[in-house]
Every structure is written in structure tokens, then in C-alpha cells.
Design a protein around this ligand. Structure first.
Ligand SMILES: Nc1ncnc2c1ncn2[C@@H]1O[C@H](COP(=O)(O)OP(=O)(O)OP(=O)(O)O)[C@@H](O)[C@H]1O
Ligand SMILES: [Mg+2]
Length: 616
């Protein structure tokens, strides 16, 4: 009862229903079986009640013991069929429901993987998680409980009405009036309680959010000794939830007694009128007995029908959120240029083979012309904004020749990370173009484009698994030797060796058992194992001790050898070694050149450089 109105109704019922039916249709055979068995169970129930009439008449009118025995055995058989059908449809439904849920979860996860980063930027992390937990859960509840019983109670409701009319149509007119009163009351009270339940739900959301935020920010809370304010804030939300919860639950709790009273009243009136009819010979005793039991039973399917109907609506609201995530536009990939390995020289038209050097091939072209992978990246007049109203990068042009090191420097928020995120198409440029070995990056198949780029992100993310697993993320088929070699390049080998289980040490909670510097070294090793021709390094700004900094710098330097590198530099050593330094301010490249020429200009770089000197 408590949960029946507490989720919002779907906004576009028809659309959601259509999508939902799409999932049901795949299992139509099983669902038909459920429907047939549920109908059989309902009919057996009705027929069993109807059997009271002949049995009572055999006893009261014919006084036949044989007739009684026959009647009882037949009734028992009917109820037996009913019980078996109920068992059958619930079991089949459970299995079908689990298959449908499996399909929904699979499709949802699959789709989320294909969505562009822009989608994730717009979401709160908790909301996406709740798609898999709360929303799939309500669908599961509805499928497991409501779906079949909705059908069953519907058949029973219609069947009861038919039987009532068949047994005594005059009395049935009164029964129908009672039914109508019940329906009206249920509708009225659902509307009223929906208001309270919505309020309860929003108070609950508020409380959840508060707890989540405070748990996550425990360190900050302790640092600023905010415990007392925190508790007061919690108490306020807790009280609001108590009030709305009381209103919602107490209102909902009036429903069943009200419906039951109406049905008792109905029953009493029918019993009196029916009795009078029997006395006057308008009806027989058996019909009346059967009739009265039916009237008593009739409240149940009505109640169940509305209740399960509400469950189903709640499930559809959950389903709507799931389906609308599934209808989000996935990342587009119309690229035809593929990355292949070739044995031949740069311009040879050789078939690709398993080893050798990398080359590009345009599969849309008829010839097998191969363009060697060199790592030449050019930006021409590139403009970009995350949101339509706000441009972050303004008409930037730059080029990186194969093997060059390009360093971006600039104050925080200047757009350094953003500019690198355009190369691998995390985001699409809004104006201008980026070419890679002469191909527009949009022409290149996304998978191949990203394979050819090694990226060390500004914020390291480690997955639950061993240290080796985390490095292997860069190349799934890397051998233990390759992993070790990559760790050596990244200067991570020595600290890994000192971990309790070395390369087999389990990392949990995003590598919480490692230091910041160690996490960065692992991220560098991960890029190193992929051995990409082009490398993008976004140095983390977090300050680390000078020894670790030197280690990381060495790791990066090893990794940069012989590759085209874009590096977002916060460290002096990295900047000084760069072939070209681009100074970015408010989304514009305002200075370019090498360390010495830029210093001589005494411009922005000069200021930044002296700032960095002071820091280090
Ligand atoms: N996902 C995003 N959605 C919307 N705006 C963003 C997003 N990421 C960054 N921005 C905005 O783009 C601008 C440039 O951010 P960017 O991360 O590129 O700066 P940055 O130069 O890398 O700074 P830092 O040195 O602090 O890393 C900032 O004004 C920021 O607010
Ligand atoms: Mg950045």
C-alpha cells in the first residue's frame, strides 16, 4: 500500500508504453502462456464460487447426499486447476520478467557507453546510477507482481460482473451502484494521496542528497568543524520527511477501510433484499448463497486492479527515464579511414598484415592506397564551446610536425585541457577543422583515431583490479614483460616492486591505497604500454614532493621520445624542453615560440615563467 503512489507518473505514457511493449514483444510466447494461465486461474476462482449454487440446491432443495458429494468433488477439482494455474503463471512470469530486465539492463549499459561526453557532463552521477538501481527496480517489481495479477484481476472483475448478472440481474443493478461508489472513492483518494506522496518523495530525495554530499565531504567537514551545523541541517530535512511521510501514509491507510466498508454495506443491502426475494420465491437459495459469496469477493479484484495499475504506472515512470536515456543521441562516427599494419614502404599498395608499421587506409576509396602514420596534427581556425551560448576556444590554428613537442601553457581555465580534448573527438569542434596526417579527424574511424593517440588525463582514474590490470588497460593483450617495460619507462617499476604483492597488488576505490604521485605514474605507464605515435599529456597540478616530481618528469621524458607530443605543462622542466610553446589565454593562442624567444619577448610567457620559478 505504502509504495503505490509514491513515484511520479510517466510524462509521455503512450511513447513509453510503446517502447516497453517492444521489450515484451520479444517474449510474446511466454507472456501469452502467462495470460492464458492467469485467465484460467481467475475463471477457476469464479467457477468455484459459482459451484455453491448447485451444491446448496442439492442439499437444501433435493436433499441428495450423492449430489453433494459430486458437487464437492467437482468444486475441489476446479480449485485444484486454479491453484496449478496460479503456480504456473507466477513461475513463468518470474522467469520472463528476469529475461526482460536482463535485456533492458544490457541495452541501457550498451547505449550509455556510446554516448558523448557532453551527455555525462550534463548528468549528476547519482542520477545515472539510479537508472540501474531504482528505475530498473520498479520495472522489476511491476513485472514480477503487477503485470500478471493486473490481467488476472481484470478477468476476475469482468467475470464476477457477468456471473452476478447471470445469477440475479435485479440485485446486480444495486451491486453495480456499489462498485461505482468504490471506483469513485479510489480515484478521488489516489489523487489526494498522490500530492502527499510526491511531497514525501521530494523530501526523501533532499535527505538522500544531503547525506551523500556530507559523507563524501567528511574531510572538509572535519577540517572546518562543521559537525553541529551539519546535524542541524540533517534534523531539518529529517523533520520535513517525518511530516510529509505521516500525511502520505495516514491518508493512504484510510483507503482499505473505506473500500471494505462500502463493500460490507453493499453486502448487507444485498443480503436483506436477496432474502426477501427468496421468501417471495423470486430466487432460489443456492443462487443467493453463491451470489452473496461473489459479492463479498468482488471488492478484492477491484482493489487489486487499481493498486496494481498504480504499480504499473510507477514502473512506466521508471521505464520512461530508462528509455529516454536510451534515446539520447550516441556519438556519431561516419569515419571511413582505418588504421592498418603494413609490411610495405610508405607508398606501397600492399595488403595489411598482422605486424609492421602503422598506416591509414581509406576504406571508402577503391584503391588500397596507404598513408603512413606519422603523427602530424594541424588545427586550422578551430572554434569550440561546450554549450552553444559560450565559446571557449576562439579561432585557433597550430601545427605539430611528427616528433615535435608542443607545450601549452596558460592560466587556469584558459582552455588547455579543452584544446586537447578536441583532437581525439571527446568533443566536436564547432568551427574550423583538425587534421591528422592530412585526414580530417572526423574522417577517421573513432576507434582507430583513439587507438593512435595516447592520453594521460589530468585526473587519473584507476579501476578496481590489480596494478598490472590497470596498466593493461592501455593494451588489452599486453604480456607481463610489456607491462613491466612500460612501468620501467614511466619510472613506476620501483614503487610497484615495493608494494605488498608487486604487480598483483589489488587497487580499490580508484586507487585509494596509492599516493597521488604513484597514481600518476601508473597513468603514464598505461599510456606507455599502448605505444602510441601521438601522445597527449595533461600534467596534474597537484603539488607533489620534488623527488616524485623528478620521477614523473623522467617518466614523461622517456615516454615522449620519438613521438609527437602535446603536453599541458605545469612544470618548468617540461616547458623548457618543448620545441614549441603555445601560450593560451581565454581560449586564444596569444604567443608562440620556443623558451628563449618567448622569454626575450617579455610578454605573457615571461610573466608565467617567473611565476613558475617562484613556485618551484
Ligand atoms: N565539461 C565542461 N563543460 C562546460 N564547460 C567546461 C567543461 N570543461 C571545461 N569547461 C570550461 O572551459 C574553460 C576551459 O577549461 P579547461 O579545462 O580547458 O582549462 P585548463 O586550461 O585546462 O585549466 P587548468 O590549468 O586548471 O587545468 C573553463 O572556463 C571551464 O569552465
Ligand atoms: Mg586542465
Amino acid at each position: 500500500m505504502a509504495r503505490m503512489y509514491n513515484r511520479k507518473r510517466p510524462k509521455n505514457l503512450r511513447h513509453t508504453l510503446a517502447a516497453f511493449l517492444g521489450y515484451l514483444r520479444r517474449h510474446w510466447l511466454l507472456l501469452t502462456l502467462v495470460a492464458v494461465l492467469a485467465a484460467a486461474s481467475a475463471l477457476a476462482n469464479l467457477l468455484g464460487t459459482y459451484m455453491i449454487k448447485p451444491v446448496v440446491n442439492e442439499v437444501a432443495v433435493a436433499r441428495s447426499l450423492d449430489g453433494l458429494a459430486r458437487g464437492v468433488i467437482l468444486t475441489a477439482a476446479i480449485y485444484g486447476v486454479g491453484v496449478l494455474s496460479t503456480l504456473g503463471y507466477t513461475q513463468v512470469m518470474v522467469r520472463t520478467a528476469q529475461r526482460i530486465l536482463y535485456d533492458i539492463r544490457r541495452d541501457l549499459y550498451g547505449h550509455l557507453q556510446c554516448l558523448p561526453l557532453g551527455f555525462f557532463d550534463r548528468q549528476r552521477k547519482g542520477d545515472l546510477m539510479s537508472l540501474f538501481t531504482n528505475d530498473v527496480d520498479t520495472i522489476s517489481d511491476a513485472l514480477n507482481n503487477s503485470f500478471a495479477s493486473l490481467f488476472q484481476s481484470f478477468v476476475q472483475m469482468v467475470g464476477t460482473l457477468l456471473l452476478l448478472f447471470l445469477l440475479n440481474w435485479r440485485l446486480s443493478l444495486i451491486v453495480v451502484l456499489g462498485y461505482a461508489a468504490m471506483f469513485l472513492y479510489i480515484r478521488y483518494s489516489s489523487k489526494r494521496s498522490k500530492f502527499h506522496f510526491d511531497r514525501q518523495q521530494s523530501c526523501l530525495g533532499d535527505l538522500d542528497g544531503y547525506v551523500e554530499e556530507m559523507v563524501a565531504g567528511q574531510k572538509v567537514v572535519k577540517v572546518f568543524r562543521h559537525e553541529a551545523e551539519n546535524l542541524a541541517g540533517f534534523a531539518k530535512r529529517n523533520e520535513a520527511l517525518r511530516q510529509s511521510g505521516t500525511a502520505a501514509q495516514s491518508f493512504a491507510a484510510t483507503m482499505i477501510p473505506a473500500v471494505v466498508s462500502i463493500s460490507y454495506l453493499n453486502y448487507a443491502v444485498i443480503a436483506v433484499l436477496g432474502g426477501i426475494m427468496v421468501i417471495h420465491g423470486i430466487s432460489d437459495v443456492g443462487s443467493l448463497a453463491s451470489y452473496l459469496v461473489l459479492v463479498r469477493q468482488s471488492a478484492m479484484p477491484i482493489n487489486q486492479f487499481t493498486q496494481q495499475g498504480n504499480f504499473l504506472l510507477a514502473a512506466l515512470a521508471g521505464a520512461e527515464r530508462v528509455f529516454s536515456a536510451m534515446e539520447e543521441q550516441p556519438e556519431t562516427d561516419t569515419g571511413t579511414v582505418e588504421l592498418v599494419r603494413t609490411q610495405q614502404g610508405p607508398d606501397g599498395a600492399a595488403p595489411p598484415s598482422g605486424s609492421g608499421t602503422w598506416a591509414w587506409r581509406d576504406s571508402a576509396q577503391a584503391d588500397t592506397h596507404l598513408v603512413p602514420l606519422r603523427g602530424d596534427v594541424r588545427f586550422s581556425d578551430v572554434t569550440f564551446g561546450y554549450d552553444p551560448g559560450r565559446t571557449i576556444l576562439h579561432g585557433n590554428s597550430l601545427y605539430a610536425r611528427p616528433g615535435q613537442k608542443i607545450a601549452f601553457v596558460g592560466s587556469t581555465g584558459a582552455g588547455k585541457t579543452t584544446i586537447t580534448h578536441l583532437i581525439n573527438r571527446f568533443y566536436e569542434v564547432t568551427g574550423g577543422a583538425i587534421t591528422y596526417d592530412g585526414f580530417d579527424v572526423r574522417q577517421i574511424r573513432k576507434d582507430d583515431l583513439r587507438r593512435s593517440l595516447g592520453i594521460v588525463l589530468q585526473d587519473t582514474h584507476l579501476f578496481t583490479g590489480t596494478v598490472a590490470d590497470n596498466i593493461r588497460f592501455g593494451k588489452l593483450d599486453a604480456t607481463p614483460e610489456e607491462i613491466r617495460a612500460a612501468a620501467v619507462i614511466a619510472n613506476a617499476d620501483s614503487f610497484i616492486q615495493r608494494l605488498p604483492q608487486g604487480y598483483d597488488t589489488m587497487l580499490t576505490g580508484d586507487g585509494a591505497n596509492l599516493s597521488q604521485g604513484q597514481r600518476q605514474l601508473l597513468a603514464i605507464a598505461r599510456a606507455a604500454v599502448a605505444d602510441p605515435p601521438v601522445l597527449i599529456l595533461d600534467e596534474a597540478t597537484s603539488s607533489i614532493d620534488t623527488r616524485t616530481e623528478a620521477l614523473i618528469a623522467q617518466g614523461m621524458d622517456h615516454l615522449m621520445e620519438g613521438r609527437t607530443v602535446f603536453v599541458i605543462a605545469h612544470r618548468l622542466s617540461t616547458v623548457r624542453n618543448a620545441d614549441v610553446i603555445l601560450v593560451l589565454e581565454e581560449g586564444r593562442i596569444i604567443e608562440r615560440g620556443n623558451h628563449d624567444t618567448l622569454l626575450a619577448q617579455k610578454g605573457r610567457y615571461y610573466q608565467l615563467y617567473h611565476g613558475m620559478c617562484e613556485l618551484s
